[in-house]
Structures are given as structure tokens and as C-alpha cells.
Design a protein around this ligand. Sequence first.
Ligand SMILES: [Zn+2]
Length: 333
Amino acid sequence: MENFLGIELPVFMPDATLGTVRSLTTDQIRETKTEMLVVNTFHLFVSHGVEKMRALGGIKNLMNWEGKILSDSGGYQVYSLIHRKKNMGKVTQYGAYFTSPHDGKKYLLTPENSIDMQMALDSDALVVLDDCRSSEISEKEAEESVRMTTIWAKRAKDHYEKHYSNSKKKILAVIHGGNYQKLREKSFRELNSMDFDGYCFGGWPIDEKGRLVKEILTFTCSLMPSDKPKYAMGIGTPEDIKKCLNIGYNVFDCVLPTRNARHGLLYVGKDKIRITKDIYKMDTDPVDSECDCYTCSNYSRAYLHHLFKYKEITGKTLATIHNLRYYSRLMGR
Ligand SMILES: [Zn+2]
């Protein structure tokens, strides 16, 4: 598999959760050699809903982004807002009931309205709703997540084929099963019988000690068809991405490069530097002399240090540009 939606693989997608990579314009995103973004279906479902987003012509139109967009399914919020916090909602076979963290209102996300929302966003690649859990769950819990994910995937695929089959979007499904190989295999087999355009490793990919769950990632990747994208969702640090590239994954997304940038953590070589440290106050070198990004081509560490010290927004912009270019370089761009 060498390309996906015309984009050379591997590809890293920065998180444009609400239709923006914070502090950057679309031109600035493009200049980091970023070709594809991931947007968050649940948050845009809460902010706009299907009809309003459709009326606005979708998120690409709204943000004037000419690259590609992948929308997640909302499954991650099933994990982060329901399974992890318990009091924010509940999962039933029909769908996931949420209390919005923004306005306290109740929302119901179903396999069908997740597809409707992603179609309203005009995403190029859609992910079907999944019952996402931590990777360190009991076998019984993992079984339940596989069962629900298969039922939801079938409903989502049927709904897509009934209402949108002429639209030629790519539809991806998420393999679950925690740390249990036989359940990962079962999940993949059931999803693969529905013939999706790509497969994702689902579940939180980091264990309680902060290590990548490498063994189950490797096993799950070995199940995925070689002619379809293999998406390691939410991964990760540059080191973990390199490990997953070696395993065979070729699609990545993570909040780390942008979130770290906003906190003044910049990737340089194999390390990160904290630009707010006093040692950078008089440092006239670029952030990374090997980097060709706009920030490194035009400004010094001393300038970024100064901007961060006085909490100037431009500091976040310049740091985000550099970190995204670091990640696109990781992908060989
Ligand atoms: Zn740079």
C-alpha cells in the first residue's frame, strides 16, 4: 500500500479537533508539508450538528482546507467521556449517550448519525463508530467491546450504503479486543467480512506504565490486508511512531506535536527542548539547524524564548509550525 486518497504513505495527521490546528492558518498548516488532518466528529456534532454543518458545506469548506480530512467516529469519546469517567454517559446497543463536557446537554451518538455527521463534514475518510476501551481491560470487557463494535460497524456500513453509496468516500473500521489476540482476530474477521477500505488499531495503545502495547499492535497489524491503510490511532511520540512504522502501520495521528508546541516543548533531533528555559534567552541559533521550516528559517531560539516568556500568541504559532514540520519529516516529506 503506497498511497491513500492520493496521499503517499506513511502519513501523519495533526489533530484539527474543532476544524483548526490551534494557532495556525490553513496556509501555515500546508507549509509544514501536512497533507491530511483529523477532525473530531463528536465535538463538531455538539458544536454544529448534522444540518448546520451540511448547510456550511462541510468542515473543509469552512476552514478552506484543500488537503484531505479524516474524521474519527466519536468512538474515542465513548472511551474518554463514558468508560473512563462513568458519570458522563452510558453505552447501550443502540448507541452512546453523552453529557457534553461543554454545555451539559445530552447527546446520543449512534452508528448511523456518526456517519451522517461525517458526511456533513465532507470528510474524505470516515471511521465507523466503535466501542473504544483501554487496552488493559478484562477479557469479558474486551469481548463486549468487540461485540458492540461489530454490531455498530454493520449498522454504519448499511446506513452508508443505503444513503451515500455514490459518494466514493473511504470507510475505515476499528479493530478491538484489548490485549487478547484471539479477540483481536475475531474482531478483524468480523469487520473484514464487511470489506472496509482500511483498518485501525483501536483501544488506548499505551499501558499503565506508559509503554506502547507493542506485542498486540504487532499481532493486530499482521491481520490487516497489505493493500489497505493500517492506522495506528492516537500514536504518538516520535519513538513510538518509528516503532509502529517498523511494525507496518502507515497512518498516524496524535495531539502531541501541537500540544507540546503550545507548551514550549520543541522537537530537535532525538530530543525535546523546553524553550522557556533561561539557557535559551541569548541563544541566537534556530530551534533546529537541520530543519527547513518557516520558524527555523527566520527566527532564533532567543526570539521564541522571549515570545513564550511573555505569553505572546505568535510563540505558539511558530512552535507549532516547527513541531508539525518535524512530524512531516518523520514521514519522509
Ligand atoms: Zn523547524
